[in-house]
Design a binder for this molecule. Structure first.
Ligand SMILES: [Ca+2]
Length: 138
């Protein structure tokens, strides 16, 4: 396996992209499941406060957001749990489509990120430039 990009093996099948993901993210009971999982890691009041702070379109700042929800102060184990909630298709990466709905992973009524916010978030968080965010935060 040396020299082979491991991403090739954990890329989601085509039905798990685009429209299907959108359905996944807009299905209320799935969102509630994500919200419940996130509430077991973070404080619901902190989540609400952070969502309110970035309620306006194009105001999202992921560093401040993660700090406000308390994720920055969490253990690597908890951060990993949060990552798994946001990685809706369990591909091992948070892709652009998942990033767009990232706030719904914190609360089912979280807004969608604008395309501008999604791109800015991805550009900054995707340190290795593969177009998605891995569990190592790259
Ligand atoms: Ca994914």
């Amino acid at each position: 396996m040396k020299g082979v990009d491991p991403c090739l093996f954990i890329r989601p099948p085509p039905y798990l992209s685009g429209p299907f993901l959108h359905l996944l993210h807009t299905t209320p009971h799935l969102n509630s499941a994500a919200e419940m999982a996130m509430n077991s890691i973070l404080n619901a009041a902190d989540i609400k406060k952070a969502l309110d702070a970035f309620a306006a379109a194009d105001s999202f700042d992921h560093k401040k957001f993660f700090e406000m929800v308390g994720l920055k102060a969490k253990s690597a184990e908890d951060v990993k749990k949060a990552f798994l909630v946001l990685d809706a298709d369990a591909s091992g990466f948070i892709e652009e489509e998942e990033l767009k709905f990232v706030l719904k992973g914190f609360a089912s009524d979280g807004r969608d990120l604008t395309d501008k916010e999604t791109k800015a978030f991805l550009n900054e968080a995707d340190k290795d430039g593969d177009g998605m965010i891995g569990i190592d935060g790259k």
